[in-house]
Design a binder for this molecule. Structure first.
Ligand code: ZN
Length: 621
């Protein structure tokens, strides 16, 4: 795949590809344009022919030619690669064995045939049609979602597929037919309403079947096949993805019928999971189309719990998540069916963030008339508020919690002050625990992950860019010297792996060092091009572009390179000094790792002694 990717990249010049979408203007080394991914009046979107990268200095997005097509066309990496390969007339082979590819295509084909057969079976079945009528699902919706029916027989589909010339083997591998020990075929789905599950490329990847009789389970999905993965597919995405992209928002529901009912009522951005818990892959899938999700689950206890779990996972994918408050005893489908679509609309409009939703649920499930009930309530509510990073947000909840506080009778200000103090105490405990973990410097977190970053992450990237420490700036300057042909050898001589504190930079340094050992005149771009890790390759390109643009025409000099190196070493020694001081205070006996830290500190101290020896003394050792 790596070779394919580079072949595709080599023929798809980033300037000419992006130039097909937006108007680029040459400005010195780079091309500038108005960013297609955020509204702006001045051109902060830069395309760099040297690194074959692009970067928006307004919204923070950036990447290589694949990232641009992925984002512009809402495609996955493989789809984007396929599109770019076609653009330049290259043959494109999907990752995996040839056999696996054709198996997937065959499954998609047999699913398509089966979906048509299920539609025909539905037309002949009064019970199934009657059921859809009682659920108020219109003929248009049945057509749009290709809803069908699997007959109450064990061989209806198997026989029909055979008559259509479909091989039994393919039907079995599609999960539609099963073979018993005697080699007899039988249908997997019987007496069920059939909902085809269609992926973003409009292929039917599987089916969800809702029982019309008593045969369990109530909902039965296709089993996992070469084409179908429940954890990576969402119901309704094919029908809703344009609307989701347009409104920048997805409506996440629980069931297939919820989704159909929502679309029918005009909520065309509705999708659902496939009856299993939502996964991070589902989050990433949605994040390709939008920034916001409103979770709209049943109003019962199970629905609320599922909504909270879904919200946590989606938040983890960088999405902005809200939860619609559905009254106990109601569910989205019943609201929509009973003509209460206004109530549904207002539930979506008034959806709240995860913390509000959790605290409201906690309030309604706690006995706040008793002192002990209040205590339990606060024990559970405070961590929810303390985890919020925004002080303004936390303050909002201080006001919300105050009336339930045991000291509320002494006045609201007393209660609020107590809550505030409790929250801050929890936060400082948490921060202390975090510091003790001894992570690599803060820069590790902002190590340039714009690839899959949605706006939330990008906001972080921008703020961290502003508060970049002197050591981080020095590290970037070393990287700038490392990638210049003129200074590369000097840097490799004077600087070692440990001087790069940001993991991505350390990795780049190692890659370049190894490549140079092999071929002293190797081009940095060729080195990056040969990397197997597409995400790393793309991130590093935009970071290099960023570094060069920020440096402007500042010349590199021997003294400044050494100065950068020493600045990083001093900063590192300072971190070690604090760590060592803490170790000395806390423990008389050190572990192997801890004594390694002490040794590393002393080694670095003696190396830096010439520049400033007086501050290295930590005393007592
Ligand atoms: Zn932008």
């Amino acid at each position: 795949m790596a070779a394919d990717r580079e072949a595709i990249r080599a023929k798809n010049d980033v300037v000419s590809v992006i130039g097909e979408y937006i108007r680029l203007k040459k400005a010195g080394r780079v091309y500038k344009a108005l960013c297609p991914f955020h509204e702006e009046k001045t051109a902060s979107f830069h395309v760099d022919p040297t690194f074959q990268s692009w970067k928006c200095f307004g919204c923070g997005l950036g990447g290589d030619v694949f990232d641009f097509i992925e984002r512009m066309e809402n495609l996955s990496f493989v789809e984007a690669a396929e599109k770019l390969a076609r653009r330049v007339g290259l043959d494109f082979e999907r990752k995996g064995k040839q056999g696996a590819t054709s198996e997937r295509d065959q499954i998609a084909q047999v699913n398509q045939v089966a979906a048509r057969l299920f539609r025909e079976f539905l037309a002949e079945c009064e019970v199934a049609k009657q059921y859809l009528t009682t659920r108020c699902i219109s003929l248009d919706s049945q057509e749009k979602f290709q809803i069908g029916y699997s007959p109450d027989s064990w061989t209806a589909l198997a026989g029909a597929l055979r008559r259509k010339g479909i091989s039994d083997t393919v039907a079995v591998s599609a999960g539609l037919i099963r073979k018993n020990r005697n080699g007899e075929l039988s249908d997997v789905f019987h007496h069920r309403l059939m909902f085809p599950i269609i992926d973003a490329q409009d292929r039917i990847v599987g089916f969800g079947g809702r029982a019309l009789g008593d045969e369990p389970p109530k909902y039965l999905n296709s089993s996992q096949t070469a084409l179908f993965d429940k954890g990576k597919t969402l119901y309704g995405l094919s029908q809703s993805r344009k609307s989701i992209a347009k409104t920048d928002c997805a409506l996440l529901m629980e069931g297939y019928i919820d989704v159909v009912a929502a679309h029918q009522a005009g909520f065309t951005h509705a999708v659902a999971g496939l009856g299993t818990a939502l996964t991070p892959e589902h989050g990433a899938l949605l994040a390709r189309y939008c920034n916001q999700v409103v979770a709209c689950y049943d109003g019962d206890e199970a629905g609320r719990k599922a909504a909270v779990r879904a919200a946590e996972i989606l938040t983890g994918a960088g999405l902005e998540v809200k939860i619609a408050r559905i009254q106990a005893g109601e569910d989205p489908d019943s609201l929509l069916r009973d003509g209460k679509s206004e109530a549904f609309q207002s539930a979506i409009r008034n959806a709240v963030d995860l913390t509000t939703f959790q605290i409201e649920n906690l309030i309604s499930s706690s006995d706040l008339s008793q002192e002990s009930g209040k205590e339990t309530f606060f024990r559970r509510a405070l961590p929810m508020v303390a985890r919020l990073s925004s002080a303004i947000e936390r303050e909002r909840f201080v006001g919300m919690l105050a009336p339930y506080h045991p000291r509320y009778s002494s006045g609201i200000t007393v209660a609020e002050a107590q809550i505030r103090a409790d929250i801050e105490e929890r936060r400082s405990q948490h921060a202390g625990a975090k510091r003790r973990e001894w992570k690599s410097p803060q820069s590790a977190q902002n190590s340039i992950s714009a690839k899959s970053a949605r706006s939330a992450d990008n906001r972080d990237l921008r703020t961290t860019a502003k508060i970049m420490s002197a050591a981080e700036r020095a590290e970037r300057e070393l990287i700038r010297a490392l990638i210049s042909t003129e200074w590369r050898h000097f840097v490799l001589e004077q600087v070692n792996e440990e001087d790069f504190r940001t993991p991505a930079f350390r990795r780049l340094h190692n890659v370049i060092r190894n490549a140079v050992e092999f071929d002293a005149s190797v081009e940095v771009l060729d080195v990056i091009g040969k990397l197997d890790d597409a995400e790393f390759s793309s991130n590093i390109r935009i970071t290099l572009q960023e570094i060069l643009e920020q440096a402007g025409n500042m010349p590199l000099m021997q003294a400044s390179i050494l100065d950068c190196r020493d600045r990083i070493r001093r900063q590192h020694r300072e971190e070690l000094r604090r760590r060592v001081a803490e170790l000395v205070r806390r423990q008389p006996v050190l572990t192997v790792e801890e004594s390694e830290i002490v040794r590393e500190y002393h080694r670095l101290s003696s190396e830096l002694k010439d520049t400033d020896g007086d501050r290295t003394d930590i005393g007592g050792r």
